[in-house]
Design a protein around this ligand. Structure first.
Ligand SMILES: *Cc1c(COP(=O)(O)O)cnc(C)c1O
Length: 231
């Protein structure tokens, strides 16, 4: 089992680098987050032993015990929707929170980070595709959110995140990922801040996300295999 996992991991790592080169970018500009949700600590340890340090989880119930037991130099990325009653745990465990999509959540995280003396990197999540079922802020909330994020002292605002609809074709993927990049460029100009990170691209769509400027790809099933949510 673990041999297969190692093979998949090395495969994806080279695919990500290749997609960057194909897009005329340096592979060092694109970081791979291994999305380990639903997979056990042993699988994470195997990938860790290959040198991977950035791991992504969707739920605090899973992130918290993994953070407690796995090596301390793992950089945990919380990529799923965050309920405000889990915000304190997120501040304690995550290095990076990708899913900040309201001023209310932002204010809460900023206060909790201040109280715990921690600095946490954040991304603002936007729903670029306009799909009703997805989390993420809408474009028209961008200025309000950006102003609030720019005013934070304990949260370090690094950029934007989005998810593309599963059924999107290639043209739609370019629209969604290019749309997030354009929104980032606009917010950089208006805020005068540097927003270097674009978290976009998953197992099935990362080459297009990289072509559109992704700096953080979140890849789960292509590394770890199919998820079993029934366990
Ligand atoms: C699960 C998840 C991923 C990884 O998806 P794969 O298709 O397995 O690569 C990426 N981003 C988010 C927000 C997720 O919830």
């Amino acid at each position: 089992m673990s041999e297969y996992l190692i093979q998949q991991y090395e495969h994806i790592k080279s695919d990500v680098a290749e997609a960057a080169q194909w897009a005329g970018r340096s592979p060092s500009e694109v970081k791979l987050i291994a999305v380990s949700k639903t997979f056990p600590a042993e699988a994470i340890q195997t990938v860790y032993d290959c040198g991977q340090r950035l791991f992504g989880e969707s739920r605090m119930q899973e992130l918290e015990p993994k953070h407690a037991t796995l090596p301390q130099d793992i950089e945990w990325h919380l990529i799923g929707h965050l309920q405000s009653n889990k915000a304190a745990k997120a501040i304690a465990c995550a290095t990076f929170i990708h899913s900040v999509d309201s001023v209310k959540l932002l204010d809460r995280l900023e206060r909790l980070a201040g109280e715990s003396g921690r600095q946490v990197k954040i991304l603002l999540e936007f729903n670029i595709s306009g799909e009703a079922s997805k989390f993420g802020a809408e474009d028209k909330q961008a200025m309000e959110l950006a102003l609030a994020a720019a005013g934070c002292r304990n949260l370090i605002w690094q950029g934007l995140m989005t998810m593309a609809p599963l059924e999107a074709d290639e043209a739609a993927l370019h629209r969604v990922f290019g749309g997030l990049r354009n929104l980032r460029d606009r917010l950089e100009k208006e805020s005068g801040l540097k927003l270097p990170e674009l978290s976009m691209g998953m197992s099935h769509d990362f080459p297009i996300a990289i072509a559109e400027g992704s700096t953080l790809v979140r890849i789960g099933s292509a590394i770890f295999g199919k998820r079993d949510y029934t366990k």
